[in-house]
Design a protein around this ligand. Structure first.
Ligand code: SAH
Length: 494
């Protein structure tokens, strides 16, 4: 079958600014060709099975030349692949998207273009600058501030000044002093409000506002670097009042999320929505113990009035995989009762079409044990981690309950040591690290070294047991009021 290239605008950085159509194309991609301006958070949306080709600039290396990129796209399409060419912002706004499509058109290859949200508008918006305004700007000019090596800028500054609209320069960081000088020479008032927005829409966004004539000095003082916009016009004065992004409660906070990769999503999203700069560092992995003869034989013997107890989503998943593997489904459960330690395990049950009969008031092992001891008349089967907390079994044993503790998954700590992460932590670059279980603490400490200095970071812990583990290594902690993700997120706002 013939392949196809879809040129997709990835937006300016915030993954939420990618279009629905672009995201769909990305999800269906077999090959993704991307460059430097595509943010890590957007790259994280590339499906695991897709082949990635980075044609952007890498440390000390030059970017892949344009003619070679064109060739790669053509080769991949000809090989029958569905290719997504992912570009920062909008592909047709100084993105050389037109050139790439010309090559494909010439060769008769199939292609499509999905526009993106351009940084020229969005980075300004996140800095509280509407690019037009009825009162003060009736046109918008998007200009490249990039000159070919050694050449002067090919811009008609007088025409720009005469037009009187908002000016947005892309790729203009290096040429900033020249741009300002030329605008002033063309008659623009030196007191005209101006701004620069660095890393717009990303958690690391910085805005630099000044009168046009002071902008180069102010930008130098702040060390503004590419990628950044230069915005010139009365609308820049509105940023004082309209700047909303920098006012988000976690703006400027860096948070390390240590959850296993497949479970990090919601926690990271919630933190990002509050403006946090989230780095995912999965410290542990869970692996279902399959085949699991102990679970299989227990499931064979299920009967009405018996209870199944789950202390995590991983336990529910292992159980469901095992049950389906036995050729059975939910009907097997008939009159069986279900207990979940908290909302996450409850949700995992819901995903299998099952509703928990019991979730303890406090989401931890001890309270679950106590609640089960009270409620459960029949036998209790605990389907949980290999090294589950003894608090649960102790509570059941103390009450004389009839129970069986079956390990159905194990936790693996096979992540590599990270010297860089340790240095960053010790330098105070992270404000918070999240711990959603005692095992994430263990995984984290084993990755950075138990002897590291943790005093400059705060561990946000889901419960007392997790906090206890963190304290062992001298990690300052805050403990969530409830063992739930929302309560954990709230800790970061305190
Ligand atoms: N096609 C892109 C622009 C590519 S040119 C778009 O539509 O956004 C590259 C320039 O875009 C950078 O030099 C910078 O001026 C601007 N830019 C891209 N992403 C940006 C961001 N997140 N914040 C500020 N400027 C950005």
């Amino acid at each position: 079958m013939a392949g196809k290239v879809t040129l997709v605008g990835a937006g300016p950085g915030d993954p939420g600014l990618m279009t629905v159509k672009g995201l769909r194309a990305l999800r269906d991609a077999e090959v993704v060709v991307y460059d430097r301006l595509v943010s890590p958070a957007v790259l994280a949306l590339i499906p695991a099975g897709a082949r990635r080709i980075d044609v952007g600039k890498q440390a000390g290396r030059h970017p892949v030349p344009q003619h070679r990129i064109n060739q790669i796209l053509l080769e991949e399409a000809r090989a029958g692949h569905s290719v997504v060419r992912l570009k920062g912002g909008d592909p047709f706004v100084f993105g050389r998207g037109g050139e790439e499509l010309e090559t494909l058109a010439q060769a008769g290859a199939a292609f499509e273009e999905v526009p993106g949200v351009t940084s020229a508008v969005a980075a300004a918006a996140y800095a509280g600058i509407p690019v037009t305004h009825r009162r003060c700007a009736s046109s918008l000019h998007i200009i490249t501030g990039h000159a070919r090596e050694g050449a002067a800028l090919d811009i008609d500054f007088e025409a720009l000044v005469r037009a009187g609209g908002t000016l947005v320069f892309l790729m203009g960081v290096t040429a900033l002093p020249v741009i300002v000088r030329e605008l002033l020479a063309a008659g623009m008032d030196g007191r005209t409000p101006a701004a620069m927005v660095e890393n717009g829409t990303l958690p690391s966004q910085r805005r630099c506002g000044a009168a046009l004539e002071d902008l180069p000095a102010r930008a130098a003082e702040m060390g503004i670097r590419s990628p950044a916009l230069i915005i010139v016009g009365e609308v820049c004065a509105l940023a004082q009042r309209l700047c909303w992004f920098e006012g988000l409660p976690l703006c400027g906070k860096r948070v390390l999320v240590t959850r296993p990769e497949d479970r990090a999503g919601t926690l990271s999203e919630k933190l990002r929505a509050l403006g946090a700069d989230v780095t995912e560092f999965p410290c542990i992995r869970t692996e279902a113990i399959l085949p699991c003869p102990a679970m299989e034989s227990a499931l064979e013997r299920l009967g009405a009035g018996m209870w199944l107890g789950f202390t995590s989503a991983a336990g529910v998943e292992a159980f469901w995989t095992c049950l389906r593997g036995m050729g059975r489904d939910a009907r097997t459960l008939g009159g069986v009762k279900l207990a979940a330690v908290g909302p996450a395990a409850g949700k995992a049950l819901e995903a299998c079409g099952l509703a928990a009969d019991l979730i303890p008031e406090v989401y931890d092992a001890a309270h679950m044990g106590a609640a089960l001891a009270k409620e459960a008349a029949g036998k209790v089967l605990l389907l949980r981690a290999e090294e589950g907390s003894p608090a649960l079994t102790d509570a059941l044993a103390a009450a004389g309950a009839d129970f069986e503790d079956i390990p159905v998954y194990r936790t693996l700590y096979d992540n590599p040591c990270s010297v860089r992460l340790r240095e960053e932590l010790e330098a105070g670059e992270f404000d918070y690290v999240t711990f959603t279980s005692a095992s994430t603490v263990k995984g984290f400490v084993s990755a950075v070294g138990a002897d590291a200095d943790f005093r400059r970071v705060v561990g946000l812990c889901i419960g007392e047991q997790t906090a206890g583990e963190a304290r062992k290594y001298g990690i300052p902690v805050r403990v969530a009021e409830k063992a739930a993700i929302d309560a954990l997120v709230k800790l970061a706002e305190e």
